[in-house]
Design a protein around this ligand. Structure first.
Ligand code: ZN
Length: 155
């Protein structure tokens, strides 16, 4: 059974570090799969649309994202294409509780990553999913949405 992980919140310094790449031999390990399952479970239970490993205290380049096709784990994700067009949209974050703000993001992105089996994959995303990918990859570089947001509101 996957277990719920504790979510680290701002201003914990862990959220501000640049995360390290996951080694390919790491990916096949049972403990790594368990981590992906635990992160997925944690994200779903907290009604998140994405979760990055630094948010559960691990500074490695791993995110889980909720897509229409289900949850995917993305290892060493990198944006290889970004649309010229950008748009403002409201964001929140499990690591910045009860806070919302508008962030300007690319409307479309392509993201290359390794899947849970260690295979190279590429995902083309638009709209909300593109936004989630940019938000989660920012976490891997120690960036929080409040660094970029305007009209920040607290609830
Ligand atoms: Zn976040």
């Amino acid at each position: 059974m996957p277990k719920l992980l504790d979510i680290i919140t701002n201003p914990d310094p862990t959220l501000r570090l640049r995360s390290k790449k996951v080694e390919k031999n790491e990916v096949g390990r049972k403990s790594f799969k368990t981590l992906c399952e635990d992160m997925t479970q944690t994200m779903l239970k907290k009604d998140g649309v994405g979760l990055a490993a630094p948010q559960i205290g691990k500074n490695i380049r791993l995110i889980v994202v909720n897509t229409k096709q289900g949850v995917i784990s993305m290892i060493n994700p990198r944006l290889t294409k970004k649309s010229w067009a950008k748009e403002w949209g409201v964001e929140g974050c499990l690591s910045v509780p009860a806070t919302f703000g508008e962030v300007r993001r690319h409307t479309g992105v392509s993201c290359e990553y390794l899947d849970i089996e260690g295979r190279e994959q590429c995902l083309d995303a638009k709209g909300l999913l593109a936004r989630v990918l940019q938000h989660e990859i920012d976490h891997l570089d120690g960036v929080l949405f409040i660094d970029k947001a305007k009209n920040i509101k607290y609830e």
